[in-house]
Write a protein that binds this ligand. Structure first.
Ligand SMILES: Cc1ncc(COP(=O)(O)O)c(C=O)c1O
Length: 367
């Protein structure tokens, strides 16, 4: 029996023709520029100077202005940054506002750190301002975990006016914004980050896991001020696990300082568009939410075909995808939909096999 094909994850597609030579060259460059004992000789709590400067340049691909490197923290992935921020800004017994459908790992963080989550209803642009204001008034969240661009799982993107309205509410109710902008580097034409509309409240996070490779384990945070960055990420918090392996940080800096990062992102974008074109043609007529540069697809199902049953049927045929309930926060029942990733299958042939399975089950269910 063939093993289960993972399409429940939404990793970027592998692009060895672009990635492998760039990675090898970056490793050699780091080894020739650094004495290993200097590279590894001390802890870099917020990242070394060069790595923070590279991080500032990288987030400058999205933010309207390149921030001072003093506001940047280099960490070993988005999850580490989120854990530190959720611990520091929300904490035990605190309240976090979150999109009604969102990144499931936040539930684990809530259980681990002992805070409450308050789900905010969404429309096609993400959270609804009135509903958000109601949550702020009733529950006084200290932070909002925001994914305003190609939201996981719905693929919703907030327009500029919605961003402005949400930023305004955050300002009025003193809610910190923890913005996870991890899916924003593949599309070419998306609005500026939510953080650009309320920089004084915003903790802006961009990891490399969805635009380049998942296991480099490098993510960058921009704190509202350099003092805030230093306060949250220093040894006095009695933990050091968020720090990035220096070799990974240095390789990422080399990608960013040269044109390697842009080349890798371009290659991931091109392959994603190819796969999304297959989705669009094979699922023509279905209610599909996605765009050509998105790593996942949100597929609505007919009412008489519950998502759990659909997922089980696809799984029986060897392909793993996710039901909407996986992403649901709050009491309201989630829409009848599934999410599948376009990039996780190792090559296009495997992707095509998985897609054809989903398509077959989908159109069978219409008969
Ligand atoms: C919204 C979101 N943030 C962060 C991550 C993980 O990022 P990292 O591997 O950098 O911790 C994921 C992975 O699925 C994700 O979907």
């Amino acid at each position: 029996m063939t093993s289960l094909l993972n399409m429940s994850g939404n990793l970027p597609p592998r692009v060895p023709h672009a990635f492998d030579p760039i990675y090898r060259a970056a490793l050699s460059q780091v080894m020739s520029e650094w004495q290993p004992s200097d590279l590894l000789g001390s802890h870099q709590f917020r990242g070394g100077e060069r790595d923070r400067a590279a991080g500032a340049k990288f987030v400058g691909l999205r933010l309207p202005e390149t921030p001072s490197p003093q506001r940047v923290v280099v960490a070993n992935g988005t999850q580490s940054i989120l854990t530190m921020l959720l611990y520091g800004l929300v904490g035990k017994g605190g309240s976090l506002a979150i999109e009604a459908l969102s990144y499931p790992t936040i539930r684990q963080f809530a259980d681990m750190l002992g805070f409450n989550v308050h789900a905010v209803p969404m429309d096609g642009e993400g959270i609804e301002p009135d509903a958000f204001e109601t949550v702020c008034r009733r529950h006084h969240p200290s932070a909002y975990y925001a994914m305003p661009t190609l939201q996981n799982p719905t693929t919703a993107t907030m327009g500029v006016e919605r961003r402005r309205a949400i930023a305004d509410i955050c300002r009025r109710y003193g809610v910190a914004i923890i913005e996870d902008d991890i899916y924003s580097l593949l599309p070419r034409d998306v609005p500026p980050p939510l953080s650009a509309f309320a920089p004084e409240l915003s903790w802006y996070v961009v990891g490399t896991a969805k635009s380049m490779v998942p296991a480099l384990k490098v993510a960058y945070l921009v704190a509202p001020t350099s003092e805030a960055a230093a306060e949250r990420f220093w040894p006095g918090v009695r933990a050091t696990y968020w720090m990035c392996a220096p070799i990974n940080a240095a390789v990422a800096s080399s990608f960013i300082d040269g044109d390697g990062a842009v080349q890798i992102i371009d290659a991931v974008r091109t392959e994603t568009r190819e796969r999304q074109a297959m989705v669009a043609s094979r699922l023509a007529g279905a209610e599909v939410c996605s765009i050509p540069e998105c790593l996942h697809v949100w597929l609505s199902l007919p009412h008489d075909r519950p998502a759990a049953e659909f997922v089980a049927k696809v799984r029986e045929l060897g392909v793993d995808i996710g039901a909407s309930s996986t992403y649901a926060f709050g009491e309201a029942s989630p829409p009848n939909a599934v999410r599948f990733g376009t990039g996780t299958p190792g090559d296009r042939t495997a992707f095509e096999r998985g897609l054809d399975t989903i398509v077959r089950v989908f159109f069978d269910s219409q008969r």
